[in-house]
Ligand binder design. Structure first.
Ligand SMILES: [Fe+2]
Ligand SMILES: [Fe+2]
Length: 401
């Protein structure tokens, strides 16, 4: 197997690193490229921000599903100053590549390559690949090498670190998995949006979603499980839930997660739906037995809990009850129930129902949506579950008092 090596601090890894790795693979026909984070670079003193394990974890989270890219922790395990010659020997001994491995050097470092420890030996062991880092016309390198005509992506880890600290626009410059780790571990001085306004010098801003654990993962799974139009409905439900949660003082991320996930089991067959729904420990009632598609909310709550490890009861309740509603349902469940019915891509509804979205009181809004839904079901002569009817009568009475 033909191997290439790309070392760096990866503090944090960013899209420029991945684009460079991909260019090496495709332009020079290597089979695999190994990304190797330094423990301590001979050129940069002192670690800033991410510790060694954070940098490894960010790398690992950035390359799933692409077998052409891998990573190695040899420099981090070795500790001390990371010298390239030690790494090259180690990689050759363990990986046994076909021919000499390629070693990617940025043209910003190529100028003083011969001051590196055992530079001549490095040259004997590897094929040097000079990549553009700072300018298209780069310094000459008067020794055998391959030159990579790569595009310069103007992202630097140092600028990213500042941007993270200053609540700037770093989010789409790093791979999604790395972003999740930065946010979860609050690396580089990251402040979660919900804390903005409580930190001196950081003004409150409209919330910027952090990936907050598993939202991205759940959303990807939904996209794979349902048709595109159903996915659009789910996403619009998530967005409206987000907006309504902000309006009614609830956690918008919980609303988004419940909204994106609520229909994940909709395409399942009856047998599977019943099997999953029963895993919540409750019986299947007469109306559900007659119309098992009503169980897709219960089944989705089971999937969220068992597959995605989400145990927040408000989220699970919102997903479980979004089809029928139930007496005593909490505010998040009401929001998701409303959003499911009022989101913009929902078809077969009287467009005037969209006016309801402006209702300023959650219970009134919920009552109005419930009334509209029950009216719709009656008009279509569809079965209505007992729970929904009881809920409807109670809410109707309360709102008309
Ligand atoms: Fe649904
Ligand atoms: Fe839905």
């Amino acid at each position: 197997m033909k191997l290439a090596i790309l070392g760096g601090s990866f503090n944090p890894v960013h899209m420029g690193h991945l684009v460079l790795a991909d260019t090496v693979l495709s332009a020079l026909r290597y089979d695999r490229i190994i990304l190797i984070p330094t423990y301590q670079s001979p050129f940069k003193q002192g670690a800033v921000g991410g510790g060694p394990q954070d940098r490894l974890d960010m790398l690992a989270a950035s390359i799933p599903g692409d077998p052409r890219l891998t990573m190695d922790d040899c420099e981090i395990k070795r500790k001390g100053v990371s010298y390239t010659i030690d790494t090259v020997k180690d990689i050759i001994a363990r990986y046994r590549p076909e021919g000499k491995p390629g070693l990617v050097l940025g043209d910003d470092l190529a100028g003083n390559f011969f001051s590196w420890r055992q530079a001549a030996e490095i040259m004997r062991q590897v094929d040097i690949i000079i990549a553009h880092r700072v300018a298209a016309a780069s310094e000459s390198f008067p020794y055998p090498h391959k030159r990579l005509n790569n595009a310069i992506i103007e992202i630097s880890s140092a600028v990213l670190r500042d941007s993270i600290k200053d609540q700037g626009n770093w989010r789409y410059l790093v791979p999604h998995g790395a972003r999740a780790i930065i946010e979860d571990r609050k690396l580089y001085g990251y402040i979660p949006p919900e804390a903005w306004g409580t930190v001196p010098g950081v003004p409150a801003m409209p919330a910027v979603p952090s990936t907050w654990g598993r939202i991205g993962e759940v959303e990807t799974a939904v996209r794979m499980a349902v048709s595109f139009s159903r996915f659009l409905h789910s996403r619009n439900t998530a967005l409206l839930s987000w907006d309504l949660c902000i309006r009614f003082g609830l956690d918008p991320q919980k609303g988004y997660l419940a909204g994106i996930a609520h229909d994940i089991c909709k395409p399942l067959g009856e047998e599977e739906m019943c099997f999953l729904a029963r895993m919540d420990g409750k019986d299947i009632d007469a109306v559900e037995r007659q119309k098992p598609s009503l169980l897709h909310g219960r089944a989705a709550a089971v999937v969220l809990k068992n597959r995605f490890n989400i145990h927040d009861e408000a989220i699970l309740e919102a997903v479980r009850l979004h089809t029928t509603g139930a007496m005593g349902m909490g505010p998040l469940a009401k929001v998701v129930y409303i959003a499911d019915k009022l989101e913009i891509s929902r078809e077969n509804r009287d467009p005037s129902i969209l006016d309801l979205r402006e209702t300023a009181n959650l219970d009134r809004l919920f009552g109005a949506v419930l009334e509209e839904t029950v009216g719709h079901l009656r008009a279509q002569a569809l079965d209505i579950s007992e729970g929904t009817l009881r809920l409807f009568e109670t809410v109707h009475k309360r709102n008309n008092r």
